[in-house]
Design a protein around this ligand. Sequence first.
Ligand code: GTP
Length: 596
Amino acid sequence: TKREDVRNVAIIAHVDHGKTTLVDGLLKQSGVFRENQEVQERVMDSNDIERERGITILSKNTAVFYKGTKINIIDTPGHADFGGEVERVLKMVNGVILLVDAFEGAMPQTKFVLKKALELDLKVIVCINKIDRPEARPNEVVDEVLELLMDLDASDEQLDCPFLYASAKRGHAMLDLNDTSSDMTPLFDAILKYIPAPEGDPDAGTQLLISTIDYNEYVGRIGVGKVDNGKIAVNQEVMLMNHHDPDKKKKVKISKLYEFDGLNKIEVREATVGSIVAISGIPDIHIGDTLCDLENPEPIPFQKISEPTISMNFMVNDSPLAGQEGKFVTSRHIRDRLFRELNTDVSLRVEETDSADCFKVSGRGELHLSVLIENMRREGYEFAVSKAEVIYHTDERGKLLEPIELAYVDVPEEFSGTVIQRLSERKGELQGMSLGSDGSSRLEFSIPARGLIGFRGNFLTMTKGTGIINTIFDEYAPYKGDIQYRKQGSLIAFESGESVTYGLFAAQQRGTLFIGPGERVYGGMVIGQNGKAEDIELNVCKTKHLTNTRSSSADEALTLTPPKILSLEEALEFIDKDELLEVTPKSLRIRKRQLD
Ligand code: GTP
């Protein structure tokens, strides 16, 4: 049976292409904002950091009403897939809105999400946004998007949807560029007409797959998912099961059930096939669990949650510089904060180490961990982090396997040669290359994750800040051999201690920062572009001169106050002679400082 009164749709958009503005527009026009309710400027991104970095990290749900139909709108992660989240979210919907900036065109990073959507047989409504921009080139962008859809083998059926044009900012959508529509009606209508209603058997036993987990201090864990079959009701007893974990089988009683309404969750007594619901009151509910019928329990298969590929140590920062700003934190605070993060982030892993002041945190790539680091710093936590390390596996025969990522690079053509060269040095293999109409090159690489560690900064420097790189985990594959980095080294002094993370980010602009577990950090070594020294080894040293790189983000740190790059001779100035172990024309070794 089809639920004609429901549509479930996800939005796929590149960062800044206007997803939040579009959803705001739909919400306003569907009358969700009642008279006295305050209209926030951007309603979907509740998380500060998302606002600042423009990344939608967690998937969020909104529901709007149009012509008696409830449209559940699900936000997809716009930047990278932190552990299979994209697929889980897309499993709740029957179609997607692909939102594309009328000037920028389809960006390669959306390709991954779009590909997943097409593989899952979802319908695609293309919406070309920001047509009010003076430099908009909607017709060309339509051609580009069509080409992309063809490339990804979209079926005729999937393409049987109109291309819409919109100015989310002005609150209107149009069927063609001469359309005089002044509101979102064409988009609402297209959703109703082209996105299939959810289907399922309302009389079958309950089956509800938990797709995401929300966490709230007062009610604890909240499972979110779509009712696939049957119905779910308050006071109903169901079996909590997991396809990948046959031992998990537990009778639970539904105590609180919610549906989405605008930006809120409202309590309901019952929900049936096709409804997207939230359930609280089950403390050990997890992503991938199915709530099943008691009599005939059948868990729904789902793609296994992806394992972390990279880890870093988070260490309590007890340097004298700590605590000047932000609050004083102990390992206990950091521990609690990290473990709390596990409530909502399934692809994160936190482990205690031999030292009470050091935690090993593993996630899906550098970006995943750097989002967490920035979030925590913003909340006032002080800690140092080690360099990222990839997590290796072995196959049955004992062969070493390493994580391989796909890297999508967008650069002005003049830089493509350099980028190809640098990524090749890091064992990257060029898989595809195309030229955009605006003179930019789009490159696609397959590259070991370790080759990408610290690369972003290099990349920004080598493309003069104009390049875009997006990476996503692809697979574990046999170890590709050692990377011979071109170690053109130079030493920079940058503020550490209180600002260690910034130091790390700044260092990542050019190379490597060494911080050992439990060590204090007073400086670091980076591999610069123009320096001469090679193989500088510097673990912990003391800098006399702190270059101020304090700012809210790495990129800013570099543009505002470029760290001072020193020659080997100059670097020696900053190092206590009694800490110096060895100096050769090419290298410099320093004794680890004894901590007191
Ligand atoms: P993230 O959540 O950061 O991924 O971004 P988003 O896709 O939600 O984009 P958002 O709605 O935040 O819009 C990004 C910027 O584009 C904002 O400055 C908007 O004001 C602007 N914008 C959105 N829609 C339009 C539009 O139709 N026309 C113009 N000119 N600007 C728009």
